[in-house]
Design a protein around this ligand. Structure first.
Ligand SMILES: [Zn+2]
Length: 87
């Protein structure tokens, strides 16, 4: 039997732009409905910042952001065919 969870009452529908997994953590980059980029991480440090007004941040997000900018650079070089580079 599969228990289905009702997810229709989601308050905000953020678009997931990317997911970056690390050995013990998962970082996601989301686009909010008002076109803001939002990073999330599931580590304790990130969750502890949850009450703050400042943008939340942690080292995993920093790593993911670096990986993301690298990806974008690579994509620009490689063109539409993302599999053009091998090795
Ligand atoms: Zn983190």
């Amino acid at each position: 039997m599969v228990a289905l969870r009702l997810r229709r009452q989601k308050p905000v529908e953020n678009e997931i732009l990317g997911t970056y997994t690390f050995p013990s953590r998962t970082v996601q980059v989301l686009k909010t409905q008002d076109d803001h980029i939002l990073w999330t991480c599931d580590c304790d440090k990130f969750l502890r910042q949850a009450g703050q007004r400042e943008p939340l941040w942690c080292k995993h997000i920093a790593k993911a952001a670096a990986r993301r900018s690298l990806e974008r650079l690579t994509r620009r070089v490689a063109g539409p065919g993302r599999r053009a580079l091998s090795g």
